[in-house]
Write a protein that binds this ligand. Structure first.
Ligand SMILES: Cc1ncc(COP(=O)(O)O)c(C=O)c1O
Length: 442
């Protein structure tokens, strides 16, 4: 009989590219089990989803109970109980009290599209500005907003019109050396946005600017100080809505409930949430102020599975876990340990020369390696080619799952937020050994 992996290789759509052929059969806490009997430490959390570990007991229990109580309470017919309970739990943790009106959807991309619908409807304007390197999804609307890699949109045109791109304050995208000071990057990027508004999309035609506070698929790059504040100011000056996409950064990933709390002066007009909200159950949403949301005619938002009762019940358990399980203390301690590892490696006379930058917040950690073909990251000695994917493969050989990100040589580390000290130490050892071996092999 063919293995499940062989059946998958033959019958799963090729467009669903994957990095391994392993079949995941079980997940518990920080570990995944596979069809062929491997136990793998998961530093991906299913791309920032199972942030409280696989099959978190409280979340599983609540979802199981809900499955036997009400599975589908369709939200264009009425409210369902877990949907309302979830709102009650989310209201006190909103980064700004103006965020008081919720619409729940299924996936991050759908929620991003809902935010665009809201922005266009509320302002009566069409154009949307995105930043270079952003990722907002793979649906028709969000393909047009995704600027991290051409693979997501190439060959699928025509995409949604009215989208304009402005550079992110990231040295690679501004064509500057990786040693450029943050203030210079910010000044340069804000200047380019002002220019865009003068030369390509007039404020009177521009509904919103959408941005991830930490660029995710673009390379795990927190917005440098002053950038988001600058965007808020420019949006206010021109009557443009600021949409903060917290799909990957939300629910503790960066050490705060929402990443935007790292920039307390920056008030989102609309916030997009998904992934970690329900620890693996499909749920996403947008939050905005009631005055904006109430402009939309009844029935113009919604969908068959929106605010699914089981997903909302799971999300309620997630919020309870954040309140009672010391998750934020753990994030701080484990973040310190993993950044400690990379700072040690950066100080190493041989390995350090291959690392361009260590960056991130909380347990959203990125390491960009230098590349022999990259003029913006010159090295003293010889740097191996394709460091990111080679380190990723070495980690997997040693039973640690990690992901690369961006078109540059970057690896991202997304461990569970409640990972134990021992498992973090184990993961860090594997990473250290993997990098050391790749550098030695040259
Ligand atoms: C910042 C951001 N926005 C939107 C999305 C799209 O979410 P989904 O894959 O659930 O559609 C993602 C997914 O990785 C994301 O990271």
């Amino acid at each position: 009989m063919a293995s499940l992996a062989a059946v998958g290789a033959k019958h799963v759509a090729k467009g669903v590219g994957r990095f391994t052929e392993m079949v995941m059969t079980e997940g518990k806490g920080s570990y995944l089990k596979t069809e062929c009997g491997r136990t793998i430490l998961d530093f991906t959390c299913g791309i920032g989803v199972t942030n409280l570990g696989h099959c978190h007991p409280g979340v599983t229990k609540q979802a199981q109970e809900q499955v036997g109580t009400l599975t589908h309470g369709q939200i264009n017919l009425g409210y369902n109980k877990p949907q309302i309970e979830l709102i009650q739990k989310l209201l006190p943790v909103m980064p700004h009290k103006s965020l008081d009106s919720f619409f729940f959807w299924n996936s991050g991309a759908e929620a991003v599209e809902a935010s665009i619908k809201l922005a266009r409807h509320a302002t009566g304007k069409q154009n949307i500005i995105v930043v270079q390197g952003s990722y907002h999804g793979r649906t028709f609307g969000t393909m047009a907003l995704t600027k991290s890699k051409t693979i997501y949109g190439a060959g699928y045109a025509p995409l949604m019109p009215g989208v304009f791109t402005t550079p992110y304050p990231y040295w690679h995208q501004l064509g500057l050396p990786h040693t450029t000071a943050n203030e210079d990057l910010v000044e340069n990027a804000l200047y380019r946005l002002e220019l865009l508004l003068k030369q390509e999309t007039a404020p009177r035609d521009t509904a919103a600017l959408i941005i991830e506070p930490v660029l995710g698929e673009g390379g795990y790059i927190p917005a440098p100080k002053g950038y988001l504040e600058g965007l808020r100011r420019i949006c206010d000056e021109h009557g443009i809505l600021l949409i903060i996409d917290e799909v990957q950064t939300g629910f503790g990933r960066t050490g705060k409930y929402f990443a935007i709390e790292h920039w307390p002066e920056v008030r989102p007009d609309i916030m997009v949430i998904a992934k970690g909200i329900a620890n693996g159950f499909p749920l996403s949403g947008i939050v905005s102020r009631k005055e904006l949301m109430d402009k939309q005619p009844a029935g113009s938002q919604g969908g068959t599975y929106a605010a699914n009762a089981v997903s909302c019940a799971a999300a309620c358990a997630v919020q309870d876990a954040f309140r009672t399980e010391g998750v934020f203390e753990n994030i701080d301690a484990r973040s310190h340990e993993i950044f400690g590892l990379f700072n040690d490696l950066k100080a190493d006379p041989v390995i350090g020369d291959t690392i361009a930058e260590v960056r991130g917040l909380g347990l959203m950690v990125g390491v960009e390696f230098k590349s022999p073909t990259d003029r913006y990251t010159p090295a003293q000695g010889k740097v191996p080619a394709n460091m990111a994917s080679r380190v990723q493969n070495k980690c997997l050989e040693k039973d640690l799952l990690v992901l690369t990100t961006s078109v540059y040589q970057t690896i991202r580390f997304i461990p569970p937020l409640n990972i134990s000290k021992e498992d973090m130490a184990k993961g860090c050892d594997i990473i250290r050994n993997a990098i050391t071996e790749v550098v030695k092999e040259g």
